[in-house]
Every structure is written in structure tokens, then in C-alpha cells.
Design a protein around this ligand. Structure first.
Ligand code: GDP
Length: 297
């Protein structure tokens, strides 16, 4: 991810670095090239516009032009702008502040990596945070999805709710809540039914499950390789579900990175984790500084 953007920005900065003096026109040209690079990386247009307007305001002032190393200042302004666009310096913590069982609701389109990510999160919470985790699949339409979660649970030694045929998603949710309470689980991860599109009936079902289970975190899992489609999906889900954050998968792929870069600004939601591979431990806490560093590094 971000290779092309990294290369483009390196070229832009190479052209201005080493020159003792920069005119306002030089800075303006560089920022225009940054704009094109961001658009080519598939960042949403309004996000790019805001970014450039803000950067231009800060970069074309006397302070930058007259500084000893103006190019460094421009690079710093772009870095700061990227960090801001990605949600700020401090990663938004994963919220487990509720009386147990703390419910985490996972939503997303089919194939986004939702079930794998549920297991990745369960592994992280049980290993790193030492939480006792229960996972339950609510995908009554796809028995294979339920079995997939059970298999992943066995692999990572995290409990899954026993599968009972013929129950509705709401019934499974109630059973999961009761089991988690009675058996003293700290966290309950609910893996909702995957959708092929933003489907109204399934969305209503997910909203009902959210109102019954009162999740502390409601996370949308989206495939970062789908670019602006992922951003549109997140917006549509957010209109129906009280999302608290996003997890973007396939950050290890060779996408342009536009979804990762646009998500926060377009939806207002923090990206909490990045999926970085097929392996079950490939889940990284989203850190805006690290991502901005990788883009400019
Ligand atoms: P779901 O239909 O949304 O539940 O998707 P799955 O969890 O079944 O994932 C679909 C495929 O994507 C599986 O082969 C996963 O191994 C793969 N996958 C999930 N997350 C990632 C990721 O972050 N990186 C890569 N490379 N593959 C992923």
C-alpha cells in the first residue's frame, strides 16, 4: 500500500530539497503536485481540497519562504496534514469500558474480511489484554460462515457459541448474551451476517441486534483495496448503525491507499485497526503517525 504515492511525493520533495531559497511560486507548484499525487492515490476529492487549502495557508507564509530550509518546512507541513487527515496523533483506544460482557459488534460486506477480523480481534483481546472472549456468528443465511468462525475459534483457542440450527439472528444474540453473562466472559464479539451490497433488510437486522446487545464498539470492517467504494459503504452503514470505528483490511495489498486516507475525513469515524495479512495475528493498531511516516518515508 502507498508505494505509488510514496514515490510521487519523493519526486516532488526531491525537486525542492537542497535549494536554499524557495519562492512562493515554487511552494505552490509543489503543492499542486502533491494534490495530483493524492488524487491519483484515490483520495476523495473534498478531502484533497481541504488538505491542500490548509497546507497552502501554512506553507506560503513568510515564515516558510524565509526559513533556512524551506523544503523541510514544506515536508513537515505535508506530514502534519497527513496525520491530521488520518485522525490525529494519538490512536483512538479500543473501548472496553463497560461492565462485562463488553459487546463488540462487527459489521461489513461479505468478503471484506469480517469473520477473519473478528477472530484476529478475539486473539488480540485474549492474548494481549488477557480477556476471556466469546465469539458468536449471526450469519444464519450462510452456515459456512458460522463454521468458519468456529474453526477459527478452535485455532486461536477462543470460545465460540455452539451452533444451533434454525435460530434467528436475534435469538442467537440473546443466547450469546446470556451465555456470556452466565459463563463470566469479559468480551462478546458478535459477527453479523455479511452482505453482498448495502441491503436494507440485513441493515435493519443489524440495527435491531445493536439495540438488543448495546455494543460498546460497533465496528465496520471494509476492504481497503476497494478504494472509494469502501468509503461509500462506510457512509451507508454509518447512516443505519451507530458505528464507533472502522477496521480496514488488506492494508498489505498493493492498493493505492485512498480508502485508508479518506475514511476518517469522510465518515468522521476513527480507523481503529488495519488488517495486514491473512495470518490470524496480522492486525495492527491504527497509528496515523506511522501511516504518514510510511507515505513520506
Ligand atoms: P467475510 O466474508 O467478510 O467474513 O470475509 P473473510 O473473513 O472470510 O475473509 C475473506 C478472505 O480475505 C479470507 O481469505 C481472508 O484470509 C482474507 N483476509 C482478511 N483480512 C485480510 C487482510 O488484512 N489481508 C489479506 N491479505 N487478506 C485478508
Amino acid at each position: 500500500m502507498f508505494e505509488a504515492l510514496n514515490e510521487r511525493l519523493s519526486d516532488v520533495f526531491d525537486r525542492i530539497t537542497g535549494r536554499g531559497v524557495l519562492t512562493e511560486a515554487d511552494v505552490d507548484t509543489a503543492l499542486r503536485e502533491v494534490r495530483v499525487a493524492l488524487l491519483e492515490a484515490d483520495v476523495a476529492l473534498p478531502v484533497v481540497k481541504d488538505f491542500i487549502a490548509h497546507a497552502r495557508e501554512r506553507a506560503t507564509g513568510e515564515e516558510v519562504i524565509r526559513s533556512v530550509k524551506p523544503a523541510d518546512q514544506v515536508i513537515k507541513i505535508v506530514y502534519d496534514g497527513l496525520v491530521e487527515m488520518l485522525g490525529g496523533e494519538e490512536p483512538v483506544p479500543f473501548n472496553l469500558n463497560a461492565s462485562p460482557p463488553v459487546v463488540v459488534l462487527m459489521a461489513g460486506l461479505q468478503g471484506s474480511g469480517k469473520t477473519t477480523t473478528s477472530a484476529k480481534l478475539a486473539l488480540r483481546l485474549s492474548k494481549t489484554e488477557r480477556k476471556k472472549v466469546l465469539m458468536a456468528s449471526l450469519d444464519t443465511r450462510r452456515p459456512a460462515a458460522m463454521e468458519q468462525l468456529a474453526t477459527l475459534g478452535q485455532q486461536i483457542e477462543v470460545a465460540t457459541l455452539p451452533i444451533v440450527q434454525g435460530q434467528s439472528a436475534v435469538e442467537i444474540t440473546r443466547r450469546a448474551l446470556q451465555s456470556a453473562k452466565l459463563q463470566g466472559f469479559d468480551v462478546l464479539i458478535l459477527d453479523t451476517a455479511g452482505r453482498t451490497t448495502v441491503d436494507e433488510a440485513l441493515m435493519a437486522e443489524a440495527a435491531e441486534i445493536a439495540s438488543i446487545s448495546r455494543p460498546t464498539e460497533t465496528l465496520l470492517v471494509a476492504d481497503s483495496l476497494t478504494g472509494q467504494d469502501a468509503v461509500r459503504t462506510a457512509k451507508a452503514f454509518h447512516e443505519r448503525l451507530p458505528l464507533t470505528g472502522l477496521i480496514l483490511t488488506r492494508a498489505d495489498g498493493d492498493g493505492r491507499g485512498g480508502a485508508i486516507l479518506s475514511m476518517r475525513s469522510v465518515t468522521g469515524l476513527p480507523v481503529k485497526f488495519l488488517g495486514s495479512g491473512e495470518k490470524i495475528d496480522a492486525l495492527d493498531v491504527f497509528d496515523a503517525r506511522r501511516v504518514a511516516g510510511r507515505i513520506l518515508g
